[in-house]
Design a binder for this molecule. Sequence first.
Ligand SMILES: *Cc1c(COP(=O)(O)O)cnc(C)c1O
Length: 374
Amino acid sequence: MIIKKKYFKLNKMIPFLDLRAPHQELRDDLEKAFHEVLDSGWFTQGSQLEAFEKEYADYCNVENCVGVGNGLDALNLILRAYDIGDGDEVIVPSNTYIATWLAVTHAGATPVPVEPDELTYNIDPKKIEASITKKTKAIMPVHLYGQPADMDEINAIARKYSIKVIEDDAQSQGALYKGRPTGCLGDAAGHSFYPGKNLGALGDGGAITTNDKELAEKLRMLRSYGSRIKYSHEIQGFNSRLDDLQAAFLRVKLRKLNEWNSRRKAIAKRYLECLKNPNITLPFVPPWADPVWHLFVIQSDDRDTFKKLLDDGGISTLIHYPIPPHLQKAYQGLGYTLGNFPVSEKMAKGCLSLPIGPHLNNSDVSHVISVCCS
Ligand SMILES: *Cc1c(COP(=O)(O)O)cnc(C)c1O
């Protein structure tokens, strides 16, 4: 152990994330895409965006895709397009990245947190109904860490109360639920192409996928000044567009997404088979889920000690997420305190994300396993 520690301190840490190495594999195609856009002289709402929207809609098995500026805007604009805002409530997971909540509050609505299932980390459908009121307009499940939420159960509740289901698909591009891709499992889905996501741009980007044609048309207006025809403004829109340059890069990367997701799955498979340590709990995959492992999150009662062990062994880890949204200063106005969402609070204390992604080779993975089991 001592020798190993020295070796890795002197050499390199296994990085949690490395966006450089995998992009080198695509260097020629990305450069070609850049030159195409440069030579076209057309940088927004052009043919690259249109082509990407078509290709990504096909990938998600939906009729419509609308490219926007980022994932937060995607979720926010969906709510606005459905006229969900002041006085309305939206059910959200209590253990998500803060963007899910921000989308709701930026629209003027109130997020109503529901606790996750302790095994899957995803919103627990059994707990949703108790939080529905006359004001509830939508449920916003998150396919957290790349694992699909239990959408049939969620959709059944939504149908019963005639409310919308809006998927937060920021972390799960390519994941399957009962054989169907995330992004086609609710009324609409918001996607993020932040560089670190499974399908990441070379900058910020986002999209909405939906089979609702009317919604898609309204979103096309909302993303571009409320305008369908230049200088004619039907609604008070925003400026949140997916650039043609990013769309061109995303087209290249979309062709690689399944391969990179497969590499993530192979690493996850090894972790699940080989990480035998009584002090850690491994993620649980329900039989109907085919996750894409945006993150590989374990739980430990003594997380900080375990994190230190990995750090000393040359392995970078991160915590997703250390503070649940209800305890963030940004949301102190909602009046929640410690103890209100104990499942999320426990996860925030115990969770640790191991390195996973196309940047890792077999010996990196073996090293992670050996240090975790030491
Ligand atoms: C990344 C993320 C978002 C927001 O995406 P951006 O493109 O960064 O705005 C929303 N929800 C979840 C769960 C995310 O992980």
